[in-house]
Design a protein around this ligand. Structure first.
Ligand SMILES: Nc1nc2c(c(=O)[nH]1)N[C@H]1C(S)=C(S)[C@@H](COP(=O)(O)O)O[C@H]1N2
Ligand SMILES: [Mo]
Length: 454
């Protein structure tokens, strides 16, 4: 794969015939149909490790899932991405699972491969990490941690974590936290930023005081429009005058009872890497609104303009733009709810099953930002037929839905298992990431895994 000048996705988009030639080394003067019908199919089968059982239904130009993953890792970046390593670089961080994949090291960003999201509740060691600035030293005086709430409020306060715990009734909810850029790697051409697959998400039990209760206690003025969130992490440059990140949400979203000022994750004190001793958790919206090492919330009388609020940051195109084209700032709106997404968490992509295996049990998860998951369907034949998965009830709003399904594998060979979730408004995951935008938000194509029988 060393000779491709672009990612396989781009090659296929531009010239599928040539892409086949580059990737599978065939002559360019044979049509793709001829390729799939003749010697080319044998070449592709050899490349994926076995006969493609449902080859007849395989869409032209589709890069086999078995192959796309590997090819992607080797493909040279089309746009600058932070510290793009060659092949997966696994995380080495105290308390963290060694299966997490590093997407960037300055700042530290690591994602959870889908098969490590197989637990009903994501254990802390497996939970993804996303930083924009430097990771602060762990706080020495946890109970003395101070949070200020000021701006458009009647009674500004500075409250310690000990007092926050005393004055407000704690709630625990299991909720998805998902990076706004989750799925970014599925965009063609490549979008700017950390190349998340589906692993910029996890679902943990968060414990803390409801933000709405605290805001009611300080009194929200009618002039309040937006929150401005601030934390104690330094900008990467170390310049104390620059913010690593400072985002916010409209007051209506801030008053959602599920937003928590979190001090515990999965029943244990919130770890430093996840923003301990105190962080915000704003479920359903881009993870960047869930501020870590939270020190101050200012209610503003206008939409916040802090670090990460402007330009094309955490913004999506209003009208579709030319993929890879120049962005017109006026055509962008702030990303709010995250889109519907499903993942297959078992088996793992690339699993080899014993010859003669006739069925496989699938496990997965699905979530839909502010919306509910209506259904999840799976396919083993490139989407020709679908089987509805069984959804496990959610513990509370913003929890993910675990799902299970059993699918038949009629004969030995190569299969792709696709999962597709549909949200409560009827929107399903698309085949490929749509609504291209320069920083790659909202990429939520169906999840595809490769399975080889025999
Ligand atoms: N103070 C601070 N809070 C932050 C960030 C940050 O860089 N600094 N990153 C945000 C982003 S982009 C995400 S996706 C989540 C990630 O949380 P995690 O590292 O606990 O998984 O934290 C958010 N809160
Ligand atoms: Mo994020």
């Amino acid at each position: 794969m060393g000779k491709t000048e672009r990612s396989p996705e781009e090659l296929y988009q531009g010239d599928p015939e040539r892409a086949d030639a580059v990737i599978f080394g065939r002559r360019t003067d044979v049509s793709r149909r001829g390729f799939l019908g003749g010697g080319g199919l044998a070449a592709m089968s050899a490349a994926v490790g076995g006969p493609i059982v449902f080859a007849a239904g395989m869409p032209g130009g589709l890069i086999p899932a078995a192959f796309a993953q590997e090819a992607k890792k080797d493909a040279p970046a089309a746009a600058p991405a932070p510290a793009a390593p060659k092949g997966p670089q696994f995380l080495n961080f105290p308390g963290k699972d060694a299966g997490l994949v590093v997407l960037g090291d300055k700042p530290l960003v690591a994602e959870t491969p889908e098969h490590l999201l197989n637990d009903d509740t994501t254990p802390v060691p497996k939970f993804f990490i996303r930083n924009n600035g430097q990771i602060p030293e762990p706080a020495k005086d946890v109970d003395g941690w101070k949070l200020t709430i000021d701006g458009e409020v009647n009674k500004p306060i500075e409250i310690t974590l000990a007092d926050l715990k005393k004055r407000f009734a704690a709630k625990t909810y299991r909720m998805v936290l998902e990076c706004g850029g989750n799925g970014r790697s599925f965009f063609t051409p490549q979008a700017r930023g950390n190349q998340w697959t589906n692993g910029g998400a996890g679902c943990a039990e968060w414990t803390g005081a409801p933000l709405a209760d605290v805001l009611k206690a300080v009194g929200v003025k009618s002039s309040a429009v937006y929150t401005a969130n601030y934390g104690m992490d330094l900008h990467l440059s170390g310049d104390p005058k620059r913010q690593a990140l400072s985002r916010g949400v409209p007051i209506a979203k801030a008053m959602d009872q599920h937003n928590l000022l979190v001090w515990a994750m999965n029943g244990k004190p919130l770890e430093n890497i996840h923003g301990g001793p105190l962080r915000l958790l704003i479920p359903g919206w881009p993870g960047s609104t869930s501020h870590k090492w939270l020190s101050k919330i200012t209610l503003r009388d206008r939409v916040h303009d802090g670090q990460g609020m402007m330009g094309t940051s955490y913004r999506v195109a209003i009208k579709p733009m030319v993929p890879g084209g120049k962005a017109d700032d006026a055509n962008f709106k702030i990303m709010e709810s995250m889109p519907v997404r499903s993942i297959v968490t078992s088996p793992a992509n690339g699993t080899k099953l014993a010859a003669g295996t006739k069925e496989v049990k699938l496990r997965g998860a699905a979530w839909a930002g502010d919306l509910e998951v209506r259904r999840v369907d799976v396919s083993t034949d490139f989407g020709a037929t679908w089987t509805q998965a069984a959804l496990v009830p959610a513990k509370n709003r913003y929890d993910w839905r675990r799902w299970t399904a059993t699918v038949r594998l009629p004969s030995d060979g190569y299969y792709e298992i696709w999962s597709r979730a549909t949200d409560s408004k009827g929107k399903a995951q698309p085949h490929t990431a749509g609504n291209w935008n320069p920083q790659g938000y909202g990429g939520n194509p169906m999840h595809r895994i490769a399975v080889l029988v025999g």
